[in-house]
Design a protein around this ligand. Sequence first.
Ligand SMILES: NC(=O)c1ccc[n+]([C@@H]2O[C@H](COP(=O)([O-])OP(=O)(O)OC[C@H]3O[C@@H](n4cnc5c(N)ncnc54)[C@H](OP(=O)(O)O)[C@@H]3O)[C@@H](O)[C@H]2O)c1
Length: 419
Amino acid sequence: METHKQLTIGLFGFGTVGEGLYRVLQQTPSLKATIRKVCIKNADKKMISPASLFTTDKDELLYDPEINVIVEVIDDADAAFAIVSTALRNGKEVVSASKKMLAEHLPALLDLQRETDRSILYEAAACASIPVIRNLEEYYDNDLLHSIRAIVNGSTNFILTKMFEEGLDFKEALLLAQQLGFAESNPSLDVEGYDALNKWTILLNHSYGIVERPENIVFTGIQNINQNDAAVAREKHYEIKLVAQAKKLNNGGVAAFVLPQFVNQQDQLAFVKNEYNGVVIESGFSDKQFFYGKGAGSFPTGSAVLSDISALRYDYHYEYKKLYHHQRNQLTNDFYLKVYISFDNAAYIPKEKFEWIEEWHADLNRNYLIGVLAFSELKNSKWWKEDNISLILTPEPIIEDVEIRKLKKKSLELAGITL
Ligand SMILES: NC(=O)c1ccc[n+]([C@@H]2O[C@H](COP(=O)([O-])OP(=O)(O)OC[C@H]3O[C@@H](n4cnc5c(N)ncnc54)[C@H](OP(=O)(O)O)[C@@H]3O)[C@@H](O)[C@H]2O)c1
């Protein structure tokens, strides 16, 4: 019995992802999905397919009754939100890859889906080819999900890999990433952590049912990490990764942030090199599971979009179970982080803010400390983001047991180490 519906697609955007999708679709004739029209911004661009397929008039797609699916893969978040909202209101299903738009407009998009009874799927927006959203949505029950840790930005991972393994300095590694097409010509969105933050905002919803504005999540990128930090990591048998993580704490809240981290060489995330992405999920009974794959690029991203299109044939939609049907989770600031901080000038480090300091290293080449800070200090201050200060979490950085923390502080004081 044939129950799958015919999909007629209006495609917005024909850049890296849009063209990738077009080519992937051509090689998947069994899907019963056809692109009826493509809307782009500049009419004069040369395209690989017939000119009659293209338009610059968005209404030709949004108001075409034959089109039942709008695929939005453009690089303008505001325009994308306008397109997606109109499409849903006009009774069309939507597939999107625009993580910035999704992260910034999540509450409105949730309301719109309920109002219109139409769905928006966006697997490509987080970790591209890795099917992490649908897995989180369908497989991991709220109570069982202990933690999720991920490398969600391929550009920064590529830069860190080159700094670490080939000794390139930050600027050389960034240039190489740009030359190979792994970083934008304006790379600050990737390098300063904004892209990872947007993806994490989306994944927090599907992991824990938390809907939070990106600017409320503590984050930074890799812009201040230097070769001295890489040398310390090597000495300690660690690697450095930009890790997005969330963990359910004993106090019932969820700790979440996107920060650089030292990872042990046995950690699954240490295995993720260059432009790849990886996700480690820890759950109640199945222990750790590791997802690995390409987090960007024309075909990997196009194939994730295709997978969403395919899911629409059987009316798949995100149920947002953790948001609507489970006891609501909330972010907490009530925990501590063990951090490594390197700096040029100790005068800029507020030592009194540390719960305790375990290591203090100062010589001509390097100054760093390893100590414990209340998470609220990171949330409420910016000194640790200043130029010439680099903050890297230690492995297993979350400290939530208050008694152990107090005892440790006491023991250091008794040992004559005053803070
Ligand atoms: N590239 C990746 O690997 C990747 C991975 C995951 C998610 N994404 C997300 O996917 C989206 C597209 O990325 P991309 O790399 O494919 O971008 P891109 O190569 O820069 O292409 C953007 C496309 O959007 C079109 N466009 C821009 N504004 C438009 C508007 N108002 N109406 C219609 N078309 C418009 C552009 O038209 P013109 O060609 O006429 O300028 C172009 O075809 C972004 O949100 C990105 O964050 C990308």
